[in-house]
Design a protein around this ligand. Structure first.
Ligand code: OSB
Ligand code: MG
Length: 372
């Protein structure tokens, strides 16, 4: 269906996470939130989310640089051509090297728009089959082991089906042991965000003794070769996050044996349709898969939930309920954990939740608009 986009808007919000979230690369509490909104000639709209942070720690993209790419290079593409479908959008933005987060923000908005126009949910569009998805929780580095253990307890009581903790050198074996001692054989995994090297083999071998579901991104953010060496030495499966930026990376990782599992984040791979392609290839190659998160608001979360309903997903996801992140999420209804520790997959057209324009007003710091 050819769609003519007459308006692209970026809403810059200032939101605060309920708790500080600390990883090996840094800490966030003030979360810059950028929403992308497209509007077509008939007035129908679509929403997406830019997840880039203030600093280039998780990836080279930041809120400023990705905004610039959207304003100067992606907006003209969307406003100046007639897009047959969202694959058309991908073909057009493929000239822009990199900037997957910027591309994802606008791609999501277009997918929501197409869904609304064609009466399809995002889950329909990505080939989702599940009615609910398994919700895990990612817990940051805390000031003390006691605080960590107490948060794990709260999350298990809330019903989360898997615990992931962030680790870094000096904060790894001890917290894992404390959680195992206290909670026994719960589904538990760790995420290092690239904080170790092969010189840390001793610690990594110790972690190997705790029956972890996986060790996520232990080595450098852009490495595949050393992960291959490591994965041949450990029995715990290696999961890659930062290192898999494209389908090509996944194929190389497969050939090298760098990972058994992949954390699929649409914003890291350049869009929902790219993520779908990676999921399908992972399933074909026998690589495990789950959907990761970037502390999204309810808008970005809708896309994560839809992707997690894909049949290739075979591990619990980093997709928690709205109240794990925000005092007040900007969608209605907010994402809520069921008594099964799952989130329901909406079946309504588009993202399946309403964007709360009253809250957008409340948190807005800047708005940018481009028209045809
Ligand atoms: O490495 O998975 C990560 C959040 C921000 C940046 C990187 C990561 C994370 C998370 C949080 O682990 C996952 C979530 O959104 O709950
Ligand atoms: Mg990660």
């Amino acid at each position: 269906m050819a769609v003519e986009i007459r308006r692209l808007e970026l809403f810059y919000l200032r939101m605060k996470l309920r708790d500080e979230f600390r990883t090996s690369f840094g800490s966030v509490q003030e979360r810059p939130v950028v929403l992308a909104r497209v509007e077509e000639r008939g007035g129908e709209e679509g929403w997406g989310e830019l997840v880039a942070d203030h600093e280039p720690w998780y990836s080279y993209e930041t809120y400023d640089t990705s905004s610039t790419i959207i304003r100067n290079f992606i907006a003209p593409i969307v406003l100046q051509r007639e897009l047959q479908d969202v694959y058309d959008f991908h073909a057009a933005v493929s000239r822009i090297r990199g900037y997957p987060m910027a591309k994802t923000a606008v791609e999501e908005a277009l997918l929501d728009l197409y869904g609304r126009l064609e009466g399809k949910s995002i889950a329909d569009i990505v080939g989702g089959v599940r009615r609910e998805i398994v919700s895990g929780v990612s817990i940051g580095i805390k000031r003390s082991i006691d605080q960590l253990v107490s948060e794990v307890e709260t999350r298990l009581e809330e019903g989360y089906r898997r615990i992931k903790i962030k680790i870094e050198p000096g904060h790894d074996v001890e917290p894992v042991k404390a959680i195992r001692d206290r909670f026994g054989d719960i589904p538990l995994q760790v995420d290092a965000n690239g904080a170790y090297t092969l010189r840390d083999m001793q610690v990594l071998r110790k972690l190997d003794n705790y029956s972890l579901l996986m060790i996520e991104q232990p080595l450098a953010w852009d490495d595949l070769v050393e992960h291959s060496i490591l994965s041949h030495k450990l029995t715990t499966p290696i999961c890659l996050d930062e290192s898999i930026k494209t389908l090509g990376d996944l194929l190389v990782a497969y050939k090298l044996g760098s990972c058994e599992i992949v954390n699929v984040k649409p914003a890291r791979v350049g869009g929902i349709l790219r993520a779908k392609e990676i999921l399908e290839t992972a399933a074909r190659l026998g690589i495990g898969a789950w959907i990761g998160g970037m502390l999204e608001t309810g808008v970005g979360r809708a896309f994560l939930v839809a992707l997690a309903s894909h049949p290739a997903v075979n591990y619990p996801n980093d997709i928690s309920a709205s109240d794990r992140y925000w005092e007040e999420d900007i969608v209605e209804p907010p994402w809520k954990l069921t008594s099964n520790g799952t989130l329901e997959v909406p079946r309504q057209k588009g993202i399946g939740v309403e964007v709360r324009t009253d809250l957008i007003e409340k948190y807005l710091v800047e708005k940018w608009t481009a028209t045809k």
